[in-house]
Design a protein around this ligand. Structure first.
Ligand code: HEC
Length: 199
């Protein structure tokens, strides 16, 4: 009987230590509870618990990768709530931008014209008025000091809300791009404000 106790104690210790091994993960008795049915984004498809799924050709063709590039034509969700412009920096697309007479902000149900123009005015006076003047006549303080010239009066230009947004995005000759200063939605607000000079 004493021997039985010894054997029992020794085997208990052996089992206890065996379960501490780091190299081999312990057996999984209920795989459904450990592994998600859906793939984790960075999970290798061969690690999925079901043999059936590791043979899915789509994953096999991508070296077992489960994370895939987005489908062609996918548009990133951005926090600004406006879609990125489809127009590229070409003379043809500049011409196309002039046909855009409504900003995408206007299509949103939460659009409040006064708020858009108030923010547009603030940003315009901070970023543009030094050259273009607070009234858009092209007579800002830098121009009047004689340090910079060639700034047009908006009244003399054929512009639309789309073309102002375009010029803010890509710049035009002596005027630089504002893509890194103003977010896409703020560029539309400034563009709407600039168009308010035309009325
Ligand atoms: C450093 C001076 C300067 C600043 C600052 C500046 N602009 Fe200009 N802008 C110019 C010049 C110069 C032109 C003329 C470019 C050309 O047509 O060759 C111009 C042209 C324009 C045009 C006419 C483009 C067209 O299609 O004919 C618009 C609209 C405009 N700017 C808007 C803005 C707005 C909005 C801002 C502020 C975010 C701004 N600009 C800031 C110098 C400036």
């Amino acid at each position: 009987m004493k021997n039985m106790y010894k054997i029992f104690t020794v085997s208990l210790i052996v089992i206890l230590f065996a379960s501490c091994s780091k190299d081999t993960p312990s057996n999984v008795f209920f795989p459904d509870m450990y592994y998600p049915v859906a793939y984790d984004p960075y999970q290798e498809s061969v690690l999925a618990y079901s043999d059936e799924e590791t043979t899915i050709p789509f994953f096999k063709n991508h070296n077992g990768q489960t994370a895939m590039p987005p489908v062609k034509g996918t548009v990133p969700r951005n926090k600004y709530g406006v879609l990125p412009t489809e127009l590229t920096n070409t003379p043809e697309d500049y011409a196309k931008s002039k046909m855009i007479v409504e900003s995408p902000l206007q299509k949103d149900s939460t659009y409040v014209k006064e708020e858009v123009l108030a923010r547009g005015k603030k940003l315009y006076e901070q970023n543009c008025a030094a050259c273009h003047g607070v009234n858009g006549d092209g007579q800002g303080s830098i121009v009047q000091s004689g340090a910079f010239n060639g700034v047009p009066n908006y009244a003399d230009r054929q512009i639309s809300v789309g073309s102002v947004h375009y010029v803010l995005t890509y710049g035009k000759n002596a005027m630089g791009s504002y893509a890194f200063h103003l977010t896409p939605d703020d560029r539309w607000r400034v563009a709407e404000y600039v168009m308010s000079f035309k009325k």
